[in-house]
Ligand binder design. Structure first.
Ligand code: CO
Ligand code: CO
Length: 306
């Protein structure tokens, strides 16, 4: 059962050899283009199942939409979600729509996982390496997009990152076996890492310069762009983190940037790393990086090195 842990999905055992995973996610438009918004929302909704090592099977659309907006916008959102579901092999079996001032879209997702085989966040071990499968920066870039201060190419790379399914990374993970995993979403890299370290009773050590960023992220944060959620994440991480004196305020924001449909963050025994990176690259998952390690629980939940 997911109850009592901080996993984003619940696991319920139906039989000795079969458990279901249940999760839900919904949010307002993150990009202007309705089709891409739909695709990103779907990829994000499936992600909590992938993070547990499960396979999403069925989804129900959840829609909030103002009656005075053109219905073809809603049609595009749903088409984007349907395309992503088709790519993931997920059947959309229904849904529910309500009138609301601001559009929102998401899905309730049901998947399956081997009982006892699901990957939690409370089982990371001291000595594990931390591997992140997608670059950071989607919160900063989409905020710049809303402010109209971002290059098209930068926004397009962020859309590509957010739309990518975590399926292949999840399959590589379950093939090799890791100690713990979470997906990086609204609480940012360090926010989700904090939950994992706390639940596992270890200290996470991150090397800032090893954390991959989407091109353009650094320039934007240095020009002062950061979403409110990112700043709030930093405040809540700050109290449990030890920062090396050379880590800049901009870097702290990037490491706490609120992500949408971010990558998987895995805690993997060092002996399995080469097998894991091989399994990832065999599936075409590029851009993953080792960003630090877990250490014995110390004074801080997180230590950030330059
Ligand atoms: Co979630
Ligand atoms: Co999650």
């Amino acid at each position: 059962m997911g109850i009592g842990t901080r996993d984003d999905a619940a696991v319920y055992r139906l039989r000795d050899d079969l458990a279901i995973v249940q999760t839900v996610d919904i949010f307002p438009p993150i990009v202007d283009d309705p089709w891409h918004f739909g695709a990103i929302a779907a990829a994000n909704a499936f992600s909590d199942v992938y993070a547990m090592g499960g396979k999403p099977l069925l989804a129900m659309n959840l829609v909030c939409f103002p009656i005075d907006l053109p219905m073809d916008i809603l049609g595009e959102i749903l088409k984007g979600g349907a395309a992503k579901a088709a790519e993931a092999g997920v059947l959309i079996v229904g849904g529910h729509t309500l009138d609301d001032k601001e559009p929102k879209y998401g899905m309730a997702v049901t998947g399956t996982v081997q009982p006892g085989g699901h990957v939690g966040i409370d089982t990371a071990c001291a000595g594990d390496l931390l591997l992140l499968t997608k670059p950071l920066g989607t919160g900063i870039i989409t905020t710049a997009g809303k402010q109209g201060v971002v290059d098209d190419a930068v926004l397009e790379s962020a859309i590509e990152v957010m739309s990518a399914l975590n399926r292949d990374a999840s399959e590589a993970m379950t093939e090799v076996g890791v100690n713990a995993c979470t997906d990086v979403t609204g609480f940012g890299l360090l926010g989700h890492l904090k939950s994992m370290a706390e639940a596992s009773g270890v200290t996470a050590r991150v090397r800032a310069s090893d954390v991959p960023l989407i091109d353009g992220t650094w320039d934007l944060v240095c020009s002062g762009v950061a979403p409110g959620g990112t700043r709030r994440n930093l405040s809540s991480v700050d109290i449990v983190a030890a920062w090396d004196g050379s880590v800049s305020d901009e870097m702290k924001l990037v490491l706490c940037d609120a992500q949408t449909s971010g990558g998987l963050l895995m805690s993997v025994p060092p002996a399995k790393l080469s097998e894991l990176t091989a399994a990832l690259s065999r599936r075409g998952v590029s851009g993953s990086a080792v960003i630090g390690e877990m250490a014995e629980g110390g004074q801080h939940l997180i230590e950030v090195l330059p």
